[in-house]
Ligand binder design. Structure first.
Ligand code: MEV
Length: 317
């Protein structure tokens, strides 16, 4: 049977979330243990979509009260077929794998990316990087208004990236840092968090622009630390970035509980990752061998899931 496939994965932002929306740089790593694979085939029946969140025929128009995940996946399906002018034949698209939604891990961009790539592949359409970016970004705009575009690249690129002003480049790292992601289990609120930062910026533009510049400097330093595998320094930079995010009002007490637990258990650094207000933290261990103990301590402190960013294993806890 003729089929098309599309792959994507979760991402974690090591430094630079929020300020990246205002043209500052950010560093993101792929989370290889959380990945998706979409398969598209032709069908004589109706257009059909099966994702980890819902299964059913694809509506011609978005329906107001559909759950967000359904709306986003259908938007990816429709935008790909309409903009690439592939409306002649009906398709069946299914997405395997799971990235928890609304946790700052790029689930919406990853689902959209996998669907769009599988549909293009089925029709033997080679998407240019710009075409692929624009299609996935069109779904991200439905998810949260004014996305920087970082999630689109970070969920489709197999290597760490440096992202700024709409473009991404691979980031040279001497060695993968021992990172893990711990989940509060609570949905993050990226759109709300982005709105909080925007309102702070409007009230105190000078002060908040300066904080964005401070995050940019931390991110630059982190880029250098990664080229030399200086993880102690990197951890301190992550902690300082988190302090600014706290000040901007996008942390919350569950994120803080996990961050404190990680630091008390000997992590080199810990911060929220993604939009915040719920969602996940990213933790840098001092050594690979510390990851197991850190995972256990985080679960004891209430983490609902813990994932290794670079490991092949799906779950560390
Ligand atoms: C979301 O993963 C990261 C934010 O910086 C928003 C964005 O970049 O679009 C909060």
């Amino acid at each position: 049977m003729v089929k098309g496939v599309g792959a994507s994965h979760a991402k974690t932002i090591l430094l630079g979330e929020h300020s990246v929306v205002y043209g500052r740089p950010a560093i993101a790593f792929p989370i290889r243990s959380l990945s998706l694979r979409a398969t598209a085939t032709f069908t004589d029946d109706e257009n059909y979509l099966a994702t980890p969140f819902h299964s059913g025929s694809v509506a011609d128009q978005p329906r107001g009260n559909d759950p967000l995940e359904k709306k986003l996946a259908e938007t990816a399906f429709r935008n790909a077929t309409q903009q690439l002018q592939l409306t002649a034949r009906k398709m069946n698209v299914s997405v395997d794998g799971y990235i928890p939604p609304a946790r700052g891990l790029g689930s919406s961009a990853a689902v959209a990316g996998a669907i769009i790539k599988a549909i293009a592949d089925l029709h033997k359409k080679k998407l240019s990087p710009a075409e692929q970016f624009e299609l996935i970004q069109s779904v991200e705009r439905v998810a949260h208004g004014t996305p920087s575009g970082l999630d689109v690249y970070a969920t489709s690129t197999e290597v760490p990236i440096w992202f700024q002003n709409g473009s991404a480049k691979p980031l040279q790292v001497l060695r993968d840092p021992p990172l893990l992601i711990a989940d509060t289990g609570l949905s993050g609120h990226t759109a709300e968090a982005v709105a909080i930062v925007r309102s702070k910026l409007e009230k105190k533009p000078g002060q908040v622009q300066k904080l964005f510049d401070d995050i940019a400097s931390l991110t630059e330093e982190a880029g250098s630390a990664l080229t030399r595998a200086e993880f102690e320094t990197l951890g301190e930079l992550m902690n300082k970035n988190h302090e600014i995010l706290q000040y901007l009002g996008v942390s919350d007490h569950r994120l803080e509980t996990l961050i404190t637990a990680a630091r008390n258990a000997g992590a080199a650094g810990a911060k929220l990752t993604g939009g915040g207000l719920g969602g996940c933290i990213v933790v840098l261990a001092r050594h690979e061998g510390d990851l197991k103990n850190l995972s256990e301590q985080l679960v004891l402190a209430g983490a609902k899931n813990v994932w290794l960013a670079n490991g092949a294993d799906a779950e560390a806890a």
